[in-house]
Design a binder for this molecule. Structure first.
Ligand code: ZN
Ligand code: ZN
Length: 345
């Protein structure tokens, strides 16, 4: 699990002239993420500042193992990933229709409702407002995807937006494809690093005792869900192993890669609708497997927007769900208007 894998906070500002500029950029962009419905003008202002900052900082080169893992390897994360991958392979010896149905439904519930809608568009970017119980329900769905607690995921992702493809970006392909895809959360953090990451990048969520509770007990949720799958599957269908291996391990591995490809592939391949100051791209096949998150260049250009697909053919399933919530009166103040002057070219 990604729970304890914050990259080093102390390694983010060694480039000459980076600290002051990055700090002012960080504070304005962070306000943009968590403030009350910022306007697109403020968004543009942040992009403008990013251009100035980026002109002062050269891209980092790939670091050595010692630089990337200054405190060693996070064996909890590595162990969890090995376990899930072994389980995913074993699932092919326990295939069943019941297991497949659970896999498909729970993939949507955890990866779409939990991660892309809940963690990303709602909690990280405030693209809409939903009733508090629904916010916590989406947080719970996200935790069963086991990509870290909501607090950790949001802090890491906000940091990615502010420092995209610069030194300090938690997962830029500038540091190599595999680093950006699945190695970036493997280093063990130093003392106090995780706490510093959360307080610095997600102070709004850190104040919420429920989110802190979720963070502190995060690993319990996917484990309990796995136990429920096994015992429920055994009791109702006599298919405990199939439900566990397909509904937890295989589903989770598929979900991991769909998220990870957003970090890696959509900063390398694809087309750009907007001239952003990072390497973000729109990549159709990532959008397809990640419920619309693959329209990543659109998202980097307009981070607060609930809709990531800006062209008619850019299908965005998460936004369809948000529109449904809006129709049902469950999502309000949905940020879904493209600025006229900046429509995708
Ligand atoms: Zn990105
Ligand atoms: Zn984002």
């Amino acid at each position: 699990m990604n729970h304890d894998s914050a990259p080093s906070e102390t390694s983010t500002s060694s480039a000459p002239g980076a600290t002051d500029s990055a700090t002012s950029l960080r504070s304005s962009t962070l306000t943009n993420h968590v403030g009350r419905l910022p306007t697109h003008d403020r968004e543009s202002e942040s992009v403008g500042k990013a251009k100035r900052v980026r002109s002062e900082i050269s891209h980092p080169v790939v670091s050595s193992f010692r630089q990337r893992f200054p405190h060693g390897v996070n064996w909890y994360n590595v162990g969890w990933m090995v376990l899930m991958n072994v389980g995913a392979v074993a699932a092919f010896w326990h295939l069943s229709w019941v297991g497949l149905a659970i896999l498909v439904v729970m993939h949507f519930v955890t990866a779409c409702l939990g991660v892309t809608l809940g963690y990303h568009r709602l909690l990280t970017h405030g693209s809409m407002i939903v009733p508090t119980p629904l916010k916590y329900f989406f947080s719970l769905c996200g935790m069963i995807a086991a990509e870290g607690s909501p607090l950790y995921w949001v802090a890491t992702h906000r940091k990615h937006h502010v420092l995209s493809d610069l030194e300090g970006d938690p997962h830029s392909p500038n540091d190599g494809f595999w680093w950006s895809h699945m190695l970036w959360f493997k280093p063990k953090e130093g003392p106090g690093e995780l706490e510093a990451l959360l307080k610095r990048w997600a102070p709004d969520m850190y104040k919420d005792p429920v989110q802190r509770f979720f963070h502190n007990f995060f690993p319990v949720f996917p484990i309990l869900f796995g136990a429920a799958l096994y015992f429920g599957g055994e009791y109702f269908f006599g298919l405990g192993w199939s439900c566990l291996l397909m509904g937890l391990c295989l589903r989770m591995v598929l979900g991991y890669h769909s998220t990870w490809f957003v970090n890696s592939a959509t900063h390398i391949w694809g087309y750009r609708n907007y001239e952003t100051t990072d390497r973000s791209r729109n990549l159709w096949w990532v959008a397809l497997i990640s419920y619309g998150e693959g329209w990543h260049n659109n998202h980097h250009a307009h981070q607060r927007l609930a809709r990531h697909g800006h062209k008619p053919w850019e299908i965005d399933i998460t936004y369809m769900v948000i529109r449904l919530l809006k129709t049902l009166g469950l999502a309000k103040q949905v940020q879904d208007c493209l600025p006229q002057a900046e429509k995708a070219a």
